[in-house]
Design a protein around this ligand. Structure first.
Ligand SMILES: [Zn+2]
Length: 230
């Protein structure tokens, strides 16, 4: 099954973590705010869910304390006693690239698949081109050989094929094997464009997706995009 994946856009949910600790997406430095105070989730349908993460001073929407509540950007959200949270600002601070990162698994798998396909198909064609001319005179030779006994012309053709075919085969085989680096180069160029951090665009190298997902965050200091939710 082939997914037409170039045109595939994820319907994403997005999580913004809010709190005083620096590993939040939205760092709010205020004494009344807990280290990991709240979480705002934008669901795939666009609706917003605000959750209190067992904070010390609580989360309030339009004056009422909440544990979990759907909100709209015009609601007044207060963290602790006094910190007013601007929902629109919070949404801009997103650092959650989990869905985009998950999509990179397919980019990596497809790259490896294509690479192996190119290598093995070229190997086959190269061998075929190189072997065919040696097999061909044998087959033709049997047919022509019978007639060659009676005709010097057929004998000449038979000899010509026997001499020229291997030369042509070596030439075609060499040309075929020269195609490998070019095709691989094109593939590698495309991979460099596609296999990048969804936030900062840094090429991730030929590192398996699973290894990257173990890192959970983009290693680029100025980026730190979250790739995997802990
Ligand atoms: Zn990054």
């Amino acid at each position: 099954m082939k997914k037409n994946w170039e045109h595939w856009k994820p319907v994403r949910t997005m999580i913004v973590r809010i709190g005083k600790a620096s590993d939040n997406d939205y760092v709010a430095n205020d004494p009344c705010i807990s280290r990991h105070h709240a979480r705002l989730t934008r669901e795939a349908n666009g609706s917003l869910l605000l959750e209190d993460l067992d904070s010390t001073n609580g989360t309030y929407v339009n004056g009422s304390q909440i544990l979990k509540k759907r909100v709209v950007p015009t609601d007044t959200v207060t963290l602790g006693n006094s910190f007013v949270l601007n929902i629109s600002e919070v949404l801009k601070s997103r650092n959650d690239y989990c869905e985009e990162f998950a999509a990179l698994k397919e980019v990596y798998d497809r790259y490896i698949e294509a690479k192996i396909r190119i290598q093995s198909s070229n190997q086959f064609k190269t061998r075929l081109f190189q072997a065919l001319p040696f097999a061909l005179p044998g087959v033709v030779g049997v047919a022509v050989g019978f007639m060659g006994k009676r005709s010097p012309l057929f004998l000449g053709i038979s000899l010509l094929i026997a001499i020229c075919a291997p030369a042509a085969g070596i030439y075609l085989g060499a040309r075929q094997s020269a195609k490998i680096p070019r095709q691989l180069q094109d593939l590698a160029d495309q991979f460099k464009t596609d296999y990048v951090c969804p936030k900062c665009g840094t090429f991730l190298g030929e590192i398996p997706w699973e290894s990257l997902s173990n890192k959970k965050h983009c290693p680029v200091g100025s980026c730190k995009a979250r790739w995997v939710n802990e």
